[in-house]
Design a binder for this molecule. Sequence first.
Ligand code: XMP
Length: 310
Amino acid sequence: MDYQRFIDEQISEIKNEVGDGVAVNALSGGVDSSVLTVLAHRAIGDRLKTYFIDNDLMREGEPKSVEKQFADMGVPVQLVDSKREFLGALTGLTDPEEKRHAITNTFYKDVFSRLVKESGAKVLMHGTILTDIEETVAGIKRQHNILAQLGIDPEKEYGYRVLEPLKTLRKDGVREVAKLLGFSREMWNRIPFPGPALATRIVGEVTEERLSVVRRATTIVENELQDTGAFQYLAVLLSDKATGMRNNQREFGDIIVVRCIESVDARTATATELPWTKLNRICQAIVDIPGVNRCLYDLTPKPPATVEYI
Ligand code: XMP
C-alpha cells in the first residue's frame, strides 16, 4: 500500500466532509487515535477539537503525559474529567458485554454528545481500524468504537456523524502512517491499549480499589517488558481469589495474570517465551501489591483466547 497516498487522500476527504464546520475527536494516546488526531489536525487545523476523556480507566499518569506529548507537537488537547460518570455506569456490572456497553454508552451518549453540543460540531472523528470492525461483525467482541457496524445510526441517536478515516488499515498499516507523519519511535511503536482501557483487564466489577490494583500491576508489567519488543503486554485482575500466606497469616488474596504476546495485527497471537528470571521478577513485584498473593503467566494463544480478558 502507498501510505503517503493514503495520508493525502484522507486529509482531503476529511476537508471535504467537515467543510467549514468543526469536528471533534477523543484522543487516548494510543497509536490509532494519535494518528487520527494528527491527520485531522493537518486537514482542518484549529477546527478540530481534541479531547482526552479521563474515564479513570487509564494507566498511571496517562492523561497528563498524552496532553503534553500533543502540546509539544502543536496539537491542543483538552482534558475532560469524566471519572464519576464512567465509574457510576460500571457500578454493579460483572458481565463483560454489559461492561463494554456501559462504557460505549457513557462515552457516546453522555460525555461525547455533550462535548459535541458544546463545540457545535456535526462530525465526530474516530480511529476505528479494520480489525475492530471485523471482530465486531464476527460477533467476537463489541469494540467500544463501532456504531454503524452494529446498526446504530449516530446521527439519529446521538446527533452527530462519525468519520473513521483509518477503517481500511490494520495496526501495522497505522504504524506505517504514523512513521510518515513524523511520530517518534516511542509513539508509533506504542503497544496497543484498548479504548475501554483497564476495564478490559478486570474480570468482574470495576471499582476504584480494583482499578488501583490493576493499574499498579500494569505499571510493573509495562516497565519490565518494554524491552522485549513484544506486540503487547498486560496485567489482568481476576474475580476469583486464592488462599495464600503473608506474615504467617492465611489470606484470601487477588490473582493477577500477566499476558505478553507476539502478533502482527492482533488477529492471532502466541505467548512470548520470556526468560524465567524476568518472569520471577515480575511475580515478586506483583505479589508486593497489597492484597495480591498470586501471579500467573498466560500461555494461551489467540485463538482460542483473545488478547484481553473481557
Ligand atoms: P482481543 O482481546 O479482541 O484484542 O483479542 C485484539 C486487540 O484489540 C485491542 N482491543 C481493543 N481496542 N477497543 C480498542 O480500541 C476495544 O474495545 C478493544 N478490545 C480489544 C486489544 O488490546 C488487542 O490489541
